[in-house]
Each structure stands twice: as structure tokens, then as C-alpha cells.
Design a binder for this molecule. Sequence first.
Ligand SMILES: Cc1cc2nc3c(=O)[nH]c(=O)nc-3n(C[C@H](O)[C@H](O)[C@H](O)COP(=O)(O)O)c2cc1C
Length: 399
Amino acid sequence: MAQSVFAGKRIVIGVCGSIAAFKVAGWVSELAKEEALVSVVMTASAREFITPLTFAALSGNDVHTGMFDAGKEDVMAHINIGRDADVILVAPATANLMARLAIGMADDLLTTTLLASRAGVLICPAMNPRMYDHPATRRNLRTLKELGYVIIDPESGMMACKEEGEGRLAEWDTVREYLAKSLSAQDLQGQRVLVTAGPTREPLDPARFLSNRSSGKMGYALARAAFRRGAEVILVSGPTTLPCPPGVTREMVQTALEMRERVLAHAEGCSVIVKAAAVADYRPETLHEHKVKKENIEKELVLEKNPDILFELGKQKKSGQVLVGFAAESKNLAEEGLKKLRKKNLDLIAVNDIGGDRTGFEAETNQLLLISRSGTETLPFTSKAHTADLLWDRIVALL
Ligand SMILES: Cc1cc2nc3c(=O)[nH]c(=O)nc-3n(C[C@H](O)[C@H](O)[C@H](O)COP(=O)(O)O)c2cc1C
């Protein structure tokens, strides 16, 4: 499996005085497990909520608290902490911290570190919804964005104060992706990519449908990786329970016809299209408005062919656009893949071996056979996340 993007990276985490501070202890633990070098800086208010000892134990490093604790800490800590940082994460960021940062104050170790560093800074606001919605907070957020800080928007939901609204600290999965993005090569920057994923469902009646074993995991991993590498990502997804990858715009569809409509609507404006969805080849000719009673079900099902979306995309491909298809095969992988590459005018085809249970449908791992105009390559057997990155490496080379 691939090494974590966080391994060996110097990540400074600034913790402020919010009830959400305890959640960040879990994040520090996750990053330390992935071998990141985590340094925590706490505001005085943060220490009212959680002790430095917790962060020291979880990060394995001393926690920085006071600017004037000479002797106890490095005298020039306010300069040194941020100087070698690969990225700084402020989480939870209070309204107070954002106000101080927006006007360039340096009145404690955290704000001084932020001013003295040239590392990228991610800010995760967390506060009561009315505090978050206050015009002063909104203005400070705008200023911080203008200054180049990346704001990871808080989520909506029930707050610790028992109020509903926007202001809840972003989830770790989202923050993790933004952190990973800040540490990754942005070789898809400026590219708009369209990824399709999952199966389609072709209904017979309101209760029954025809579908296939696609879980969407490969397509979702591709969308996630493209966001990390700087792309603007549109994901058209068939039914799956997978959560939308952070930073990705997702449109859910059910049938092949719906998928075709959404894909063709976006295709023109995308420089890369990766069709990882397993679109049903056929749909029932008749869609019953009401559930068909058991005793009335016909023994033979009459099917109608669905449109071949990939074929249509290949026909209307613009110059410079990269079109990547997937094929699910259980035998003659190379021959079948090459046939599809040519017939559908693709730049690259990734052939999934669906013969076993460790590759292809539903599995967490995969091993793709890649066929392009210039040759054939078998990727290593690895996680779908790593496979996605290897596939993007090949696509970037084609751009
Ligand atoms: C129980 C409690 C919870 C608080 N939670 C938040 C919060 O989630 N977000 C926030 O902006 N302020 C919150 N505050 C207020 C801040 O702690 C206060 O504005 C403080 O000055 C922030 O200091 P700092 O920005 O230096 O950490 C809370 C205060 C208390 C007493």
C-alpha cells in the first residue's frame, strides 16, 4: 500500500477556546498514527477546555502555549514553530481568533506564529450559529479568504448549545482531505473533471429493479484523488451509500437514461472524463406504475437496450479532451479492453478483473489493466485509493 501523504510532514495545529477543541484531540491522534510530525499551539482559552497534556500525549511532542515562557520553551518559538511547517491548521477557530487574524494582531503565540509563517493555513471555524452569522464574523471570513487563508466551512446541525444551524466544526474526513490537498502536488489545478461512479438501477415497478454489483468505490476514490490534486470535480453517481467526497460536486442519478442526461450536460466543459460507473446495458421495456402482484409476474422479461454513453462521448470528443473508460471483464481482459478502446474512441481504458473477490466490484482493493494507444500496463495490486492516484498519474501525462 502507498505511504500516507502525512508521513514525515510538519503539521502545526492551532487550537482555540471552543467546546469543539476535544474533537481535535482525535485528529491529532489520527495524524500521529500516520506518522505526521504534529506540533500543537494552544490559546489561553483553549486550555480552559482541554489540557496541553492531552495533546502532548497524542502528538508525542511538547505543546506550545505561552509566548513568554522562556526557559520552559524555545525563546523564539513564535518564529520557529511556523517557519518549517508544511501546513498550519487552526481548529477549532473561534470568532475571536478570526477577528484577531483578520486585522493582523499578534497578541499571543498562535496569532504571532500565523503572522510569522509562510506555510499554507487552513482555518476551521466552530461557533454558535448566531456568532457565525454575525456581520462582523462574515466580514472577517471574507478578509481571511482575501488574505489567502483556506476556510473549511463549518457544518449545519445541532450544536453543543442546543441550537440548530451552521457553525459546527467540520468533520475529520473533510479536514483530512483539505490537509492532504495542501500537501499534494496540484497537477490537476485548473482542470474540470467529470467522474461517473456506481451502478444504475433500471426499475420494473416501484419495488423492483435490475442493477449490478458496482459499489461506486473506485469512482469515488477517483473523485477524491482528483480533488486532492487540485481539480474541480463533478461526480455523477448511481445509487450508493458512500458519502460525497469532500470538495466534490455530486449529482445522484438512478437510471442509465438519467446518467446519460447529466453526463452529456457536463461533458462539453470538462477536460477529463472518467467513466467508472457500471451503467446497465438494458432496461425493462415496460415500467409498471404500481407494484406487480406476485401471481401476475410474467416469466419472461422483455428488455430494451440502453444508450452507450461512452460511445457517444467518444464520438463527440473535443480535441485535447481526455476520455477514460472502465471495463468489467471476467476473461480475455486485454482483447476486450482493446476492442472497447478502439470502438469508443477512448484515450485510456482501465480493465477491472471481476473474476475474483479482491478486485473489481465491491472490493476495497483493485488491480487494473490499463490499455492506451501506446501500450498496455498492469498496475500493482493495491487499495482503490492508491489505484486512483496511479490512474491519475497516467491521465496527467496524457493532458
Ligand atoms: C463553554 C464555552 C464554549 C465556547 N465555545 C466557543 C466556540 O465554539 N466558538 C467560539 O468562537 N467561541 C466560543 N467560546 C468563547 C471563546 O472561548 C472566547 O471568545 C475566547 O475569548 C476565545 O479565545 P481564543 O480565540 O484566544 O481561543 C466559548 C466560551 C465558553 C465559555
